[in-house]
Ligand binder design. Structure first.
Ligand code: SAM
Ligand code: SF4
Length: 325
């Protein structure tokens, strides 16, 4: 099996593929209220182009692909993309990150098309707070989506919760939810971006604090990570049906073990979430480049993958929804 190794000896085996820059929500930490200027139809990679790129990436050593966005489920016929990606290899760990709003309609078909599992972003279990964070989202639809994903066997289902001080840091509802649903809940540190800082949205809580506060609800113990654990640390929580994860991009860099590459919906390859350096893969694909040429471009991008990000986040040239988080 081929391997992709960057210039800091990290093995890169994980591709985040952004399917679209569009979204049906406007989360306060991710997008401005008016949204972003959508990419032109012609600028977005076609499914054929995404699959061609993914095939090259897999031939070079990528073994995990996560579809993201924007909201991946708002792109028409996304199941067609999933079916084609799943056909690349039965071993491919194919997953999707979604806000869950459309998940109840899609869960069965996604599973049938070869999707293995889903992460659902859900920052509050209170309908009003959820609507405020997402600027209009309906909590009941997301809960229905999570339950459909569990029934469809898209497991492990992981919930991503961006921890926000004074907004969603009452942890009791999440604990109750974990007693009732077999889901892993991962608390992620709020990352400041140009978009949220400009609006004075500064809610950061270190996940260590979330962990200390969770301990009031039951014994937390070291545990094995579930499938596709990524940069999260996991603990078991007494009485919970799933595990609790902690992701700390801000307070403790996970750069030394970073295994990721990102392709934006308009075909720009990024070696680091927080580096604005991008390589234009779309032009390469549209020029009819061979598999070898595409793999060579991936290797070049990896040679320039920074050792760490230094979190100069305020300087990001795109919103999280345009990069894929
Ligand atoms: N729309 C999908 C969703 O919300 O799951 C996929 C795209 S979203 C950009 C991917 C992830 O990025 C989500 O889990 C979201 O919570 C996270 N994210 C976006 N902006 C963030 C920020 N400023 N700080 C921390 N996480 C953020
Ligand atoms: Fe949309 Fe996901 Fe960003 Fe929320 S976090 S605005 S759901 S892309």
């Amino acid at each position: 099996m081929e391997q992709l190794v960057d210039s800091h000896a990290r093995v890169i085996d994980y591709l985040r593929l952004s399917v679209t820059d569009r979204c049906n929500l406007r989360c306060v930490y991710c997008m401005p209220p008016e949204g972003t200027i959508p990419l032109l139809h012609n600028d977005i990679l076609t499914y054929e182009e995404m699959v061609r790129f993914a095939a090259c990436a897999c031939a070079a050593g990528i073994s995990k692909i996560r579809l993201t966005g924007g909201e991946p489920l708002v792109r028409k016929d996304v199941e067609v993309l999933i079916r084609r990606l799943a056909l690349l290899s039965p071993e491919l760990d194919l997953s999707l990150t979604t806000n869950g709003v459309l998940l109840s309609e899609y869960a069965d078909i996604l599973r049938q098309c070869g999707l293995k599992r889903v992460n659902v972003s859900l920052d509050s279990l209170d309908p009003r707070t959820y609507a405020q964070i997402t600027r209009g989202g309906e909590l009941s639809r997301v809960i229905a989506g999570i339950e459909s994903a569990l029934r469809a066997g898209l497991e492990p289902v992981k919930l991503n919760v961006v921890a926000m001080r004074g907004v969603n840091d009452d942890l009791e509802p999440f604990v109750r939810f974990m007693h009732e649903h077999p889901v892993d809940v991962r608390f992620i540190e709020f990352m400041e971006t140009k978009t949220n800082v400009a609006r004075g949205i500064r809610y950061f809580i270190p996940v260590e604090e979330v962990e200390r506060r969770l301990a009031a609800f039951g014994v937390l113990e070291q545990t094995n990570a579930p499938v596709g654990a990524g940069p999260a640390r996991y603990k078991s929580l007494q009485g919970a049906l799933g595990k609790v994860g902690f992701i700390s991009p801000v307070s403790s860099h996970f750069c030394p073990t970073c295994n990721r590459l990102r392709l934006t919906a308009d075909g720009k390859l990024r070696a680091c979430l927080f580096s604005n350096h991008e390589t234009d893969i779309r032009s390469l694909l549209r020029s009819g480049a061979s598999e070898e040429a595409v793999i060579e471009a991936i290797r070049e991008v990896l040679q320039a993958k920074p050792k760490d990000h230094g979190l100069t986040i305020g300087g990001l040239n795109r919103t999280m929804s345009q990069i894929g988080g």
